[in-house]
Write a protein that binds this ligand. Sequence first.
Ligand code: AMP
Length: 427
Amino acid sequence: MRVLLIGSGGREDALAWALGASPLLTALYAAPGNGGICGRAACVDLAIDDHAAIIAFCQRERIDLAVIGPEAPLVAGLADDLAAAGIKAFGPSAAAAQLEGSKGFTKELCAAAGIPTAAYGWFDTREAALAYVATQPVPVVIKADGLAAGKGVTIAEDGESARQAVEAIFDGAFGAAGASVVIEECLVGEEASFFALSDGKTVLPLATAQDHKRAFDGDEGPNTGGMGAYSPAPVMTEALVAQTMREIVEPTVAALAARGTPYQGVLYAGLMITADGPKLIEYNVRFGDPECQVLVMRLKDDLLTLLKATADGVLDKVSVRWRNETALTVVMAAKGYPGDYDKDSEIGGVDLADADGDVEIFHAGTRRDGERLLAAGGRVLNVTALGSSVSEARDRAYAAVDMIDWPDGFCRRDIGWREIERERQEQ
Ligand code: AMP
């Protein structure tokens, strides 16, 4: 198969790594790629919002499957445009990608299908939103409806901050993503991520993970795109996975099919494990970043076979197996991230750190300048390791981190702390 991978982050480097090992693969292209992906795939300089250029490339290179990594092109209808041109894509249509593109859409779907989630109101005027929020107990969660690169959510601890969060959204803090606002009950529990493939009819459960969103050790500091993750998430027992499939994921896929907008792609459910069972916090319509990095390390079966079966609508014909080990990834970011940071600092030692067979270093924001590897983004490397326990995976990952020579970078030193505490208590 000739495959085009769309995207340029650590998630896409992890997908490129797994696709590269597929016996089905004859050619792998990536657009636009990064300093790591371009070592695994032929990178082509296409803008991901230029659908016409992507279609022309796919036709010229006889691409059998386009794998769309990030959410923005999915919400913008890239999968629809490719389908209209006769090109198969892995990833949902714009209509189904509304699960991530509009938080209000998802809340309405959940309400109609009886899917457990936080109580909510959805408003497109400032006055109505302010009137509702004034009646809600605190803490209360205020969300811009649309895609806001993970920044559109405020957990307001008091009425005044809640009011300010609503005002900021209607003042344009998130642009078009803030045309309406969702106001939610604050759920209490432990968060976990659950991934499944859907071909529109059949849902194949994949695996679980947990991530660390805050920038600094001890879950302090500003929210980021994710500073580390591990899989599996032991909090997601087999019984909870079965309950999540039955009460949340399967009814969602059935509801979208019934509306005539079947969901084809990977469905990433952000869950709160509450005293009343799992509740949906949000859906994402793509693999998580950095969760994808830990999932591919644990995947025993061929990724391309799974993605192809999803796009072909034959998920009922495949199964999936996982390594029992834990995979853990540490994100190395440029100093200053998620605020302002410098680019173009040089990174050394990556090849040495990558030499351990249980370690893979995925590139999130790098570029090559001749022989030199340079930082080109906020999140820069994902140092990922397998181990027989979270502690072992953590030790291997940090041993590799310590071999990397990058004075301008930083990482959290406590990825996996919650599980490591649990492992310690069990001993
Ligand atoms: P989202 O962008 O919807 O994932 O929200 C970002 C983060 O805000 C989530 O990962 C949760 O930690 C938190 N969050 C969102 N909605 C809620 C909620 N209803 N109750 C508690 N925490 C929430």
